[in-house]
Design a protein around this ligand. Structure first.
Ligand SMILES: Cc1cc2nc3c(=O)[nH]c(=O)nc-3n(C[C@H](O)[C@H](O)[C@H](O)COP(=O)(O)O)c2cc1C
Length: 214
């Protein structure tokens, strides 16, 4: 067994208070996201998203957060991928952000739905052309014989659209929005006395804040 018993940090970066944190969780998320951005991480917009399959088995993977506002969090993917199939059957997702520099994590739970085709098209056409072609070339999450086959598929797609200025948006590709009903903000504390503030949305849309035990 690899023993990591002595691997530990004392968390000293800050405190989170349920009385002074923002009344609205997306305002709080924005403040923490900006603080993380200012620390110039390798890739600022990574997040882990969990889905649950038809057997109740949870799956997780990293995706890129591409937009957020008071309505939720948006990312883009292949709708026929594993996660796409899970969300078609069970439209619930959990997001996780770990911001180690600040000793923070944010958890989000909520419903997930496809964004409009117009919203997807706007983002799709903002991507580099090769990324647009890549969305056509990959049957995400399906087995493929080898790397050469993938590159041959990409070359074929590139040739197919060579004479077209605008690459069409594949039907199987697009954005999802996670509409949160719960968020939790976690700030590491000394002696493992961490601060946790949960925001739960009420039926009338209001958010209620609760401090949780670490
Ligand atoms: C840093 C990073 C960013 C990624 N961004 C995306 C993304 O925005 N969209 C996406 O579909 N997959 C992204 N991936 C790949 C996913 O983690 C995953 O492999 C893929 O979406 C297939 O997942 P699935 O089989 O569970 O559907 C990213 C992976 C990493 C490590």
């Amino acid at each position: 067994m690899v023993d990591l018993f002595d691997a530990r940090l004392e968390y000293t970066q800050g405190r989170l208070d349920e009385h002074t944190s923002a009344a609205d969780p997306m305002t709080q998320f924005h403040a923490w996201f900006e603080a993380y951005q200012q620390s110039e991480p390798h890739e600022v917009n990574t997040m882990t998203i969990a889905s649950v399959d038809s057997h109740g088995q949870p799956w997780q993977r990293v995706v890129l957060l591409k937009a957020y506002d008071e309505n939720g969090f948006i990312f883009f993917t292949n709708y026929q991928s594993n996660k796409g199939q899970h969300f078609a059957e069970n439209p619930r997702a959990a997001l996780h952000f770990f911001w180690g520099e600040q000793e923070r994590q944010v958890q989000v739970q909520g419903l997930i739905s496809k964004i409009s085709r117009a919203e997807t098209a706007t983002y799709f056409h903002s991507r580099p052309r090769d990324s647009q072609l890549g969305a056509w070339a990959s049957q995400q999450s399906q087995p493929i014989a080898d790397r050469e086959t993938l590159e041959a598929n990409f070359a074929a797609v590139k040739a197919r659209y060579e004479s077209e200025d605008v690459v069409p948006v594949p039907d199987h590709w697009g954005g999802y929005r996670i509409t949160p009903s719960r968020l939790e903000f976690w700030q590491g504390g000394a002696a493992r006395l961490h601060d946790r503030v949960e925001y739960q949305q009420q039926e009338n849309g209001d958010w209620v804040k609760t401090r949780l035990n670490p």
